[in-house]
Every structure is written in C-alpha cells, then in structure tokens.
Design a protein around this ligand. Structure first.
Ligand code: SDX
Length: 392
C-alpha cells in the first residue's frame, strides 16, 4: 500500500497483538498469568487449574475443574491409525519431530473447520488435544525406548497420567512418587505461557490463516525445538555434561561464550525480555535443590550449573549484556532427576506450553485477527532481462 515500512528483525520492538493472557515486565522480572503471579500459581495451583485459567480467563471452581478434567480424561485415547505414523519413524528420530508429526496427524480426526464453528465446538477441540497430547508425549518416549505404548487411565490426575503413561512397564507395578508428581506439575505450570515468544507467535500466525488448532500447535512445536528457544533445556544439560567431561572447566566455556569468533553461547543464559532475573529460573533453581534432596539424588551437574551461574553473574561480559539464567537453565536438572531422557526435555516444555498455545490461538481467533503477513525492505537485484541458458 506504499505505507512506511519499519524494519525490525526478530520483532524486538514490534507488538504483534493485544492480549489479555500473560503479562511480563522484563526489567522487574514479573510474570503474571491472567493477573495471577507466577510465584503464587507455582506454589498454590495445579497445572490443570492453570490451563483452565489461561484458556478461559478465570480460575475454575471445583465443579468447573472436575468437569474440565472429566472431559479431558474421556479424550485420552488416540486413533490406532496414528500409530502408523509413529511406526514410520526410526527409533533415532528426535522426539520433537515425532511429536510435531503425530500432532498434525490428529487433524485427520478433527477437521480445522470444526474448531471455531461455535464456543462449544472450540471447547471440544481444546479438551480433545489436552487429552490426547499427553498420550502422544508418552508415545514419543516409548517409541524411543522400544517399549509398548500406553493409554491414559481415568482414575489418575492429569500429571499422574503423564508419568504413568511415560514410565509404567507391563511387567511391574508403577508406583507414583508424590514428590515427582508435584515437581512435574510445578514445572508444567512454569512453562505454561509466556506472551508472544517465538513458538507462540508461530502458533498465532499459523492460526491467523485459519489453519486448525492442531496443525497450528504442530507448527509451534517445530519452532519450540530450536536451541535458541525451547531446545535450550536439552542444550544446557549437554553443555553441562561437556563441562563435566572437561573436568569442570567452566572458565573455558565462559571464554568460548564471549569469543565473537566462536558461535558457542552459554545455553540457558539470556532472554529477549528479561533484562534482570527470569522469575521462573529462580523458582526452578530452588525447586531443583529441594527435589534432588527429597529424592536423595546427588547430581554433580547441579553444582556445575551453580558454579557457572556464579561466574557469569560476576563477569562483566554477561553483566553488561544483562544475561541471566532463564527458564531453561535449571529445568533440565529436574527432568533428569525425574528420569526423563535429555532429548525429551523439549517435549516436556511443549507439554507445559500447550495450554498457553491454545489460549493464545483461541484469543487470536475470537478477536478475528487478520492473517499475519509482515512486509520487508527489498535489497535484491533491480529489473533485468531473461538470458537463455545457451547464452549464459
Ligand atoms: C526461551 O521469548 C521467550 O519468552 C522464550 C522463553 C519462553 O518461555 O517462551 O522464555 C523460553 O526460549 C528462553 C531462552 C532459551 N535460549 C537460550 O538459553 C539460548 C541462549 N540464549 C541466547 O541465544 C539469547 O540470549 C536469546 C536467544 C535467548 C535472546 O537473544 P536476543 O534477545 O536476540 O539477544 P542477542 O542474541 O541479540 O544477544 C545480545 C548480546 C549479543 O552480544 P553483542 O552482539 O551485543 O556483543 O548478548 C550476547 C549476544 O552475543 N548473548 C550471549 C548469550 N545471549 C546473548 N552471549 C553468550 N551466551 C549467551 N547465552
């Protein structure tokens, strides 16, 4: 339309929408879901309550929560045909690639047109994916481990179900450890939404073309996979293990992180919005100590992480650039303690972020937002004539 185009790579100073879901203050390290502080929710709420809050805007009363959970439980079976997609993957496939494909496959059973026909239709799609996604998460792990696939049990809580489907084995009784259940519940709450981050913006822009909820979520899973975003939780542990192998030589990795010639970055450090501490990292760091202690686990990786954090917080390179530990820095220590394999960490991030993605997609559709279509500044060739190949 010939209007003014402002170039803003990475949308660092661009507001893509108005939203009533999550509030961040990067300077003060504040995070609120629908007006409730992350500290209170992580302490006092359970994940399914927070999912309901993010999606529908209010904390559910007991009756609403029970109905929400019941509706979800009755969706925890996945069509047998989806297993054919799972079978097509080699065991070595990264679980995030498997999860994204399985999530897309669910569209076969939930045409995108259904989603927004009415509030009731949208509710049905929402409880469908909240019920089936944990099954897909467990299938990605069990595929990797060569174990038989599981289904949800309607007698368990949401997070209990996730653990039971991931870890129970046919030949032994699986005993749920309340410490593990509570730790995972808290981690999922801390990952549940984070305003217009990379993967949420991807879900919104995919949905803005009126692609269905499930395929929009699949696009968000792909964006989350990147090591600069949700994939960082896996990259952090791989970095800490490398430092451990190097005899705990954190100085060498600090130097690499500061060397402009070296593409290496200190994974789990820095954030586009938080220019002070990431409130989630503070909570997770405290929880990591408590959970390892409660489970009687001594993990040298945690000590290496703390040493690295201490060094970075005293190093002018990091201080000047306001680089602090983010949500991904300590979360992997807890996932390890819960027995979750490293390449499943980002899958767990996706499980936590699912209600946030759903809430943001729903808000975008209910607000009837236009299709996302940014412009560009063209710097390529000016018009030139075609030359036949014989003359080139
Ligand atoms: C998540 O957006 C969200 O809300 C995301 C998230 C969510 O909940 O959805 O919070 C989840 O993705 C957390 C971030 C996980 N990623 C990592 O831990 C990967 C490591 N961190 C970075 O790559 C980086 O800090 C980002 C990607 C998180 C933020 O990048 P920005 O905002 O684009 O900042 P930048 O890359 O422009 O860096 C600014 C400066 C640069 O140095 P100079 O060019 O100014 O000299 O800081 C340096 C960078 O080189 N820098 C780092 C660094 N992060 C930034 N240097 C070393 N190690 C790092 N980790």
């Amino acid at each position: 339309t010939g209007g003014i185009i402002t170039l803003d790579p990475g949308f660092k100073n661009t507001g893509s929408c108005e939203s009533a879901i999550t509030f961040l203050d990067g300077e003060k390290g504040i995070l609120h879901y629908r007006g409730y502080s992350i500290e209170e929710l992580a302490e006092k709420a359970e994940f399914l309550e927070v999912a309901y809050l993010l999606i529908f805007g209010e904390l559910p009363n007991k009756e609403q929560l029970d109905k929400f959970h019941d509706d979800i439980k009755h969706q925890s079976v996945v069509d047998e045909d989806v297993k054919k997609i799972l079978d097509a993957f080699p065991k070595s496939a990264h679980p995030m690639g498997v999860l994204s494909s399985l999530t897309s496959a669910l569209t076969a059973f939930n045409p995108s047109s259904v989603d927004v026909r009415s509030e009731e239709a949208m509710y049905k799609s929402i409880v469908k994916i909240l019920g089936k996604f944990p099954v897909l998460v467990s299938w990605t792990l069990r595929k990797k481990m060569g174990q038989p696939l599981n289904y949800g049990s309607t007698s368990l809580g949401y997070v209990e179900n996730v653990l039971q489907m991931m870890f129970s084995q046919p030949n032994e009784e699986y005993v749920l450890n309340p410490i593990v259940v509570e730790a995972l519940d808290k981690l999922l709450i801390l990952h549940a939404d984070h305003e217009q981050n990379c993967s949420t913006s991807t879900v919104r822009i995919a949905g803005s073309s009126h692609a269905g909820l499930f395929v929009s979520l699949a696009s968000g899973i792909s964006a989350l996979w990147g090591p600069l975003h949700g994939g960082a939780n896996q990259a952090v542990i791989e970095m800490l293990e490398a430092i451990q192998k190097d005899g705990g030589d954190t100085k060498k990795y600090m130097a690499k992180a500061k060397d402009k010639e070296d593409p290496f970055r200190l994974m789990g450090f820095g954030h586009r919005v938080y220019k002070n501490f990431d409130p989630r990292a503070k909570i997770i760091k405290k929880a990591a100590d408590a959970i390892l202690n409660d489970l009687g686990i001594e993990d040298p990786i945690l000590d290496i992480a703390k040493g690295l954090e201490k060094e970075a917080l005293e190093d002018s390179y990091f201080v000047d650039r306001k680089l602090y530990p983010n949500v991904d820095f300590y979360s992997g220590v807890i996932y390890r303690a819960l027995g979750i394999p490293t390449d499943m960490f980002t899958v767990m991030f996706a499980l936590g972020r699912l209600p946030g993605w759903i809430a943001q997609w729903r808000e975008m559709r209910l607000n009837k937002e236009p299709i996302g279509r940014p412009r560009q500044i063209y710097i390529g060739k000016t018009l030139r004539p075609f030359i036949p190949v014989e003359e080139r």
